[in-house]
Design a protein around this ligand. Structure first.
Ligand code: ZN
Length: 216
């Protein structure tokens, strides 16, 4: 369970993928507790900063896991409304359409419905998070040299789920009175990727207006 969404009403939580757990008592768990406490202060700019003496890779790793869990739960609340009929293509408003390719097993982009695309996407992210060579959970095991590059790809893809939810399902989110959770989660995500320059500006353009408002 995410620290930040622990208030999400249980009746609405139907997760798409299993949540990735950070073991209690681990250093990563302590980092998340620290992050949750700072977030509670309401100062997002401060909350996303690398805490003193911490490793950048590890900080990006724990936050990436948490964003995956948050998005998993948020998307889980509206899955009943995101169907092949309602969302025949994965989009973020009328100007942006996404076709799925992971670059390794799927090289030729597949045009598919939003639920199918999001299933591919979340499954792919989960595989990365579960890979001990990429996200080591054991003390003393170091992150791969290209960790930041992998994290960037994960975050770029996770952003698309937020963008789809905002563009196609915001009314459903309002009906469930989850908009405060969605906005808080997305704002935290944007501050985080902005702090470490993790997503290119053009990738963020489907949400540019809201991002500018949030960053003001
Ligand atoms: Zn949809």
């Amino acid at each position: 369970m995410s620290f930040f969404l622990s208030g999400l009403r249980a009746s609405n939580t139907k997760t798409v993928k299993h949540l990735k757990k950070i073991p209690e008592g681990s250093h990563q768990h302590d980092m998340m507790k620290h992050a949750a406490a700072t977030l509670g202060s309401g100062n997002l700019k401060l909350a996303v900063q690398l805490p003193d003496g911490e490793d950048l890779n590890e900080w990006i790793a724990v936050n990436t896991v948490d964003f995956f869990n948050q998005i998993n739960m948020l998307y889980g609340t509206i899955t009943a409304h995101c169907t092949t009929e309602s969302c025949p293509v994965m989009s973020a408003g009328p100007k942006y359409e996404y076709h799925w390719a992971d670059g390794t097993t799927v090289k030729k982009p597949i045009k598919c419905s939003a639920p199918k695309y999001i299933d591919y996407l979340m499954t792919w992210v989960q595989e990365q998070l579960d890979d001990e060579n990429i996200f080591p959970s054991k003390i003393g095991v170091s992150f791969p040299r290209n960790f930041i590059t992998i994290a960037k790809t994960i975050l770029k893809r996770l952003f698309r789920v937020y963008a789809h939810v905002y563009h196609a399902h915001f009314q459903h989110v309002i009906d469930l009175t989850e908009e405060a959770h969605l906005n808080t989660s997305f704002k935290h995500f944007i501050y985080f990727v902005h702090e470490f320059n993790l997503i290119e500006k053009r990738e963020l353009s489907p949400m540019q207006e809201l991002i500018e408002k949030m960053m003001r």
